[in-house]
Design a protein around this ligand. Structure first.
Ligand code: SAH
Length: 347
């Protein structure tokens, strides 16, 4: 029985019984094995800038915060990309706040150099950007773009993403446009945003399927005390509020695997942060098939604090690589070779 209906998704999200949930996790794991196999792909994350013009209510990089800001140089980024090759990764992800100090042509040049010097797939995750910029980077060779829509509920979306002047915000429109111009497209949500209900989360999962995403990143909302949503005085607990727990994230990953059988699903760093012992393993056992080790060099990685207490932030890339490979091996899985693009039977 392929797929899931909206009421079925909702029922699973509200299912408290662990014996019943074992069935869901087993089904997700079997779907993962059938459609994407036992390989776990490694995508090296390079956090190239923590400057941001936005005021997202949950994010530690929001413009209102007076924190030390940095931009990596072109040479520093290339060093990280070369290290990704040496560590056997197939992809690098260049991520940043919404930073218009990163000139579009400069980004294009960095992409061109990585593509010409290495066999890496290049993913960009630079926030909401203009169609011309997205086109320029695609032409420069960028393969993929990650932009989480965070929630499919328009009211919750608007509440947590203040507009920047008169510029409209349309992440779903941008995802569709990027697909049209040939990117592999990734999106995702946070689980347990204050005000997020199970009904909304079920709609998010349905939308992953409708958008036919190549990659879906799902992590828990982690309160950052220096942001409006992390302020203990902010009322949360809507009726039917999604808890920001490991179990809720694992259910969401499992349901997403069933709805998007061929998508690449990372066991995220945020998941590893709420369960540092074996959150990553649980992610891989509930439908996940990707890890995104952080390649950002010290001291920048400490400064890219979207939420506090990020897992692995005190490790360097070599230690992280070693630890993740060990975790993958212990599960009887193996590290995927090559870029690890979405395997699509429709192609
Ligand atoms: N500027 C880029 C990258 C943002 S950081 C963009 O807007 O796409 C990447 C992701 O981190 C975000 O999409 C968000 O889902 C997640 N994130 C931000 N703050 C968080 C928090 N407090 N807890 C958990 N995840 C968070």
């Amino acid at each position: 029985m392929p797929g899931l209906t909206h009421p079925e998704i909702l029922q699973w999200l509200r299912q408290p019984d662990s014996a019943a949930l074992e069935q869901l996790f087993a089904r997700a794991d079997a779907t993962r094995r059938t459609h994407v196999g036992d390989a776990v792909h490694l995508r090296g994350l390079i956090e190239i800038s923590n400057h941001c013009v936005r005021q997202c209510l949950y994010c530690g990089l929001r413009a209102a915060r007076a924190i030390p800001r940095y931009r990596m140089s072109r040479e520093e980024i290339l060093q990280c990309a070369r290290q990704a090759v040496l560590l056997g990764f197939g992809t690098v992800v260049l991520q940043a706040g919404e930073d218009f100090g990163l000139a579009p042509e400069w980004i294009a040049e960095v992409v061109r150099v990585i593509k010409s010097e290495t066999p890496l797939a290049v993913t960009l995750s630079l926030g909401e950007r203009l169609p011309d910029e997205l086109r320029l980077w695609r032409q420069a060779g960028a393969d993929r773009y990650l932009l989480r829509f965070e929630t499919s509920d328009p009211e919750l979306y608007a509440r947590i993403h203040p507009l920047r002047g008169a510029t409209p915000s349309d992440r779903i429109g941008q995802l569709r446009f990027m697909r049209q111009i040939g990117y592999e497209v990734g999106s995702g949500v946070m689980v347990g945003i204050p005000g997020q209900t199970c009904e909304m989360l079920a709609c998010d999962i349905g939308l992953f399927g409708q958008l036919d995403l190549d990659m879906v990143g799902i992590g828990p909302f982690l309160a950052h005390p220096q942001t409006p949503l992390g302020d203990p005085a902010t009322p949360s607990a809507a009726e039917d509020q999604v808890p920001s727990t490991e179990l809720m994230v694992l259910k969401t990953v499992a349901l997403t695997r069933i709805v998007c059988p061929q998508a690449n699903l990372p066991a995220t760093t945020a998941l590893a942060t709420i369960n540092t012992t074996d959150g990553r393993e649980h992610g891989l056992e509930s439908g996940g098939n990707v890890f995104m080790p952080i390649l950002t060099p010290a001291p920048y990685r400490q400064m890219y604090e979207i939420y506090p207490g990020k897992a692995c932030v005190d490790e360097n890339a070599t230690q992280c690589n070693h630890c993740l490979r060990m975790r993958i091996g212990r599960l009887g899985r193996f590290v995927g070779s090559g870029p690890g693009s979405r395997i699509s039977s429709s192609l």
